[in-house]
Design a protein around this ligand. Sequence first.
Ligand SMILES: *Cc1c(COP(=O)(O)O)cnc(C)c1O
Length: 368
Amino acid sequence: MIPVSRPYLPDRSRLNKYIDRIYSSCCLTNNGELLKELTLRLEEYLGVTNLLLVGNGTLALQVAYRALGLGRDGERASEAITTPFSFIATSSSLKWEGVQPVFADIDSETWCLDPGQVERNINERTVGLVPVHVFGNGCDIEALDRIAKHHGLKVIYDGAHAFGVKFKGRSILQHGDATTLSFHATKLFHTIEGGAIIFRHRDSLDKAKLMINFGLSEDSSIVSLGINCKMNEFQAAMGLCVLDDIGTIIASRMEICSQYQRSLEGWVGFQRHNPSCTKNYAYFPVLFDNEAELIKVKKALEERGFFPRRYFYPSLESVSHIAAFDTIQEKSRRVSEQVLCLPVFPGLSMAEVELVCELIKKCVSRTS
Ligand SMILES: *Cc1c(COP(=O)(O)O)cnc(C)c1O
């Protein structure tokens, strides 16, 4: 069986070298030596500052909202504007934190939040924006930041897909008031489970550091409201080991994605890439003419042991426990019905990539 993504497992003997350090320090968690090293190495690799490691990418979003003061304002529930074309965690984490997600439609080409639609949905309850760099494709950052500034809103980018992406030569992760990352096993870079927040300001980082460790200061006095979102040393060991290999991981994904691109050009639609951004080859989504065609392709691939994913489906405004009202987001709905993510992971062979392409071409008619 060939899944859409297979977790990257680094060499066991190299992983053991990191784990040996845990055995000799006997420190398994609580801001240990490996966690500190991973923090510094990620800051350096990504070209960011104020990075905080946490237990997973959903906690990263929750802590970022809290640290930036989104959330209920007295009796009045606050709102944040976000995209319906994302993984459920982007908006369920808002709802969980007492912030009502309000969906604005996406751009039909880039599949990221449309700034014009964001502006239309701002009202007196709006406290923040939560845009997503969908499949690693950078949002219209300048327009979104301008809107946020004009209306006094916080911006938290869900950067779960944007590991290593640069915008105009600098890390895209340093934009907004915060950007979050997911280091789940199936992501481009992983720590088994894990995540991070990159804050613009140092004081937000300091606040969040207390929040993720029960509100305890370094001398163990209780100074503020907190919870437990810590990453442990074994997660950090995996992260350090995967980071050692990140160059070859990205190169192998690039080769796979380039092959799909060449082979499927003229047969399916592609996401329009933000020309100011670099690519990280985390995903390879393709767009079909209609849902029936997508279902036909998915079935044909599954019969041959390939399991692509309908990522993201359904459009989140249709999830009743999340949405405030049932206005249909036309473009998000259409894209979510027609997009399929093809298998991309180091170790997938070029013969397998070619077979996926051939199976797709048998099911669709040439578009150009
Ligand atoms: C994976 C993902 C998350 C959640 O991250 P976890 O580490 O699995 O909690 C959030 N947002 C997006 C867009 C994701 O793809």
